[in-house]
Design a binder for this molecule. Structure first.
Ligand SMILES: C[S@@+](CC[C@H](N)C(=O)[O-])C[C@H]1O[C@@H](n2cnc3c(N)ncnc32)[C@H](O)[C@@H]1O
Length: 203
């Protein structure tokens, strides 16, 4: 009964949400696309011809935007879940935190990459602090991978939740990157603890 009420509320909220409606018009698979678009408008992450890794990519709206924004680039997307294909890009189904999949990504590029974006989030437990901690671990894994595989001028963007591990993650980012900013796009729901960390240039 309670579950039905929650899903009804969720459906009503989706119907009212301007970004959900906009994503249907613009052909994006999720409203999340607009978060990356806002990040790009403010921080200028992408250029034509670059290589990009999209972590936690399904259903694929960030990857769709990258394809539109980056002409003649290379994109590999990974997610635990299935993801519908995007032309001229590579999709991997797997757990990014496993060495096997990180090696697959490295072998695909065979050289350093320009940009890593991560919207990875664990399935929510409903307990906000726990969700923030688990998603924080994913952000740290992605950041350490970025340190290893990005070019010197590389850019790293990741979802991060306000919570107990927030300061620790920002501090870690500052040891790895010269420029570190935290930004909450307007399209990120106000009630969500989600923000994004935007990092540029390896130390
Ligand atoms: C918010 S969704 C991503 C939405 C996506 N950016 C888009 O625009 O369509 C978060 C995704 O992270 C994925 N994820 C969580 N843990 C992961 C892991 N260890 N490896 C790969 N993907 C993971 C989930 O399966 C989920 O699809």
């Amino acid at each position: 009964m309670k579950k039905n009420r929650i899903s009804k509320n969720w459906i009503n909220k989706q119907k009212r949400d301007i970004y959900v409606r906009k994503s249907q018009v613009d052909g994006y698979r999720a409203r999340s696309a607009y978060k990356l678009i806002e990040i790009e408008e403010k921080f200028k992450i992408f250029k034509n011809g670059i290589s990009v890794i999209d972590l936690g990519a399904s259903p694929g709206s960030w990857s769709q935007y990258v394809c539109k924004r980056v002409k003649n680039g290379r994109l590999i997307s990974i997610d635990l879940k299935d993801m519908e294909e995007i032309e001229n890009t590579i999709q991997i189904k797997g757990d990014f935190t496993k060495t096997k999949f990180q090696e697959t990504i490295k072998n695909y590029f065979k050289s350093k990459v320009d940009v890593i974006i991560s919207d990875m989030a664990v399935n929510t437990t409903g307990i906000k602090d726990i969700d923030a901690i688990y998603t924080g671990e994913l952000c740290k894994d992605a950041m350490l991978f970025a340190k290893e595989i990005l070019v010197k001028e590389g850019r790293f963007v990741s979802k991060i939740f306000l919570g107990t591990s927030f300061n620790e993650i920002v501090a870690l980012a500052k040891t790895i990157f010269k420029e570190v900013k935290v930004f909450k796009p307007k399209s990120s729901r106000k009630e969500s603890k989600e923000s994004f960390i935007i990092c540029k240039i390896l130390r």
